[in-house]
Design a protein around this ligand. Sequence first.
Ligand code: ACO
Length: 357
Amino acid sequence: MAVPEKVLTNQDLEKMVDTTNEWILSRTGIRERRIVNESQSTSSLGIEAALKALDVANLKPGELDLIICATSSPEYIFPATASLIQDRIGANKAGAFDLLAACTGFVYGLNMAAQAIRSGSIKRALVVGAESLTRYVNWEDRNTCILFGDGAGAFVLEASQEPGGVLSSVLRSDGSGSELLTIPASGSKNPATEATVRAGLHYIYMEGKEVFRFATRVMAQSTREALAMAGLTLDDVQWIIPHQANYRIIETAARGLKMPLDRFVINVERYGNTSTASIPIAACEAIEDGRVKVGDKIVFVGFGGGLTWASLVAEWTGPSAPRKKVDPRRYRVWARLRSLLRRVLRFFEGIIWGRNA
Ligand code: ACO
C-alpha cells in the first residue's frame, strides 16, 4: 500500500467548510484522510504500491503477464493509468488496462485477474487500486469533501497448484442508480467546457442518503451470495474486509449479517473513503499487523458508483514459497532508462519517417 504523507484532519476541514469534527465523526467515523501533493498522482501512488507488492511476492516486474488498475480517478481517459504503471515499474511483458467500476473496481479486478489465471492464459497478475480522488473534490461542498482521501493498494496473484486464493465472487451492477454518484462532466457526454467548469460539474456529485441505503442493502446480501457459491457459511470466515466508505455503513452491514464488528477490518477513521484503494489498503494493514493469517477465509465486499457492488471470497495463502530475494525497486531505474530510450528512439524514428514522407 501507499498513501500520501499529507494528512487532512476534521479540524482542518472545520476551517474550510461549515462542519464540525463531531458531525463528521458521528456520521462517518472518519477522523482524517491523506491528500496527494502536487507531485503525486494516481500512477505515482499505484507504482509505489505495485513495487511493494512485487517485493512481498518476490517477483521481478518482468515476470508479470497482466496489470489491472482499478481506479475512479484515472490520470487520463487514455492512456490507461495501468500502462503508466507498467512502464514505470518495467513490466515489459505485461498487458495493462484500467478498470472503471467506481469503488467496487478492486473486487472486480481481483475476480478478472483470478479468472484469467484460472483459464490458463496468464500466470501472474498485478491488481492495483489507486486513487487521487481528492482532485475531483469540491472543497466548498461539505456533503462530499469530508468523505474522500487518496491512496493505493496492490495485490499480486499467481497461478498455483495449492488450494486457496479466490474461491468465489459475485459482481453486480444497477445502472438505474447512475445519477446518485457521479462526476457529471468531463466525459464524452458532457466534455469539459468553461460552462461545465463554472457550474462545478467536474466535481464529485453524490446523493448521500440514497447511496447509504443502497450500500447497506447490498453488502450483507452479496456477502451471503458469494459465501453460498463457495460452499461456505459465515462461521467459516475469519475476516470481512469491506469498502471503507463510512463506519455506519459497515456497522449496519455487520448487524445485517449478525456478525460482530470485530471481525470486520476497519480503518476508515484514518484514511476516509479511498475508493478502489480502500479494500487493498485495509487488507495490507490487517496482513502486516498479523490479524489476517495464512489459511484465513476472507470476504472482500465493495460498493460504489454505477451503481456497482461485488463480494469475493478468498482463502489467504500469503506469498508463495520464498525464492532468491529480489528487490523490484532496482528495476525502477532500468524501467525509467528503458522508457526514456524508447521515447528517444520514437523521436528519431519520427524524424526519419518525416524525411521519407
Ligand atoms: N457538516 C455538518 N453538517 C452537514 C455536513 C457536514 N459535513 N454535510 C451535511 N450536513 C447537514 C446537511 O445539510 C443536513 O442538514 P439539514 O438537515 O439542515 O438539511 C444534515 O447535515 C443531515 O444531512 P444528511 O445528508 O441527511 O446526513 P446523513 O446522515 O445522510 O450523512 C453522509 C451524510 C455521511 C454523506 C451519508 O449519507 C453517507 O455516508 N452516505 C454514503 C456515502 C458514500 O458512502 N459514498 C461513497 C460510495 S463509494 C464510491 O463509489 C465513491
